[in-house]
Design a protein around this ligand. Structure first.
Ligand SMILES: [Zn+2]
Length: 126
């Protein structure tokens, strides 16, 4: 499937939560926040598979290749967070913080990149 983003991303962050670890198979996930109304699926919408945990944002994956694509919080407009690794081009933003570091894996140290770390969600995102 393909999607496009028609406005600059508002920001990006790493997430070290257990759910992101499991859904990506990696130590952390990095996602970018889209501006309201700027995210559009342009091809292969029928390939999208979704998982909506009872206590979190819906996660969308490609049913053909398994790639993690985006998260979606219902609303008008919905809040969409894209997985930066799913983008073809430079996202134009850089991750600004790390959240849920209390749940970071034991097998890979968090990089010493100077980014602010939050043991749970970044307070302003709550
Ligand atoms: Zn997470």
């Amino acid at each position: 499937m393909r999607f496009e983003i028609t406005a600059p991303l508002l920001g990006a962050a790493y997430c070290h939560c257990t759910r992101c670890r499991r859904r990506t198979g990696t130590a952390a996930s990095v996602s970018g926040q889209t501006a309201p109304g700027s995210f559009h699926v342009v091809e292969g919408a029928e390939e999208i598979r979704r998982w909506a945990p009872p206590d979190g944002a819906e996660k969308a994956f490609c049913g053909r290749c398994g790639s993690a694509l985006f998260s979606r919080v219902p609303g008008d407009p919905p809040r969409i967070g894209v997985r930066l690794g799913a983008l073809d081009q430079d996202p134009g933003v850089r991750p600004t913080h790390r959240q849920y570091t209390a749940y970071a894996v034991s097998w890979e140290p968090i990089p010493d990149d100077g980014l602010p770390r939050f043991p749970e969600a970044r307070p302003s995102d709550a």
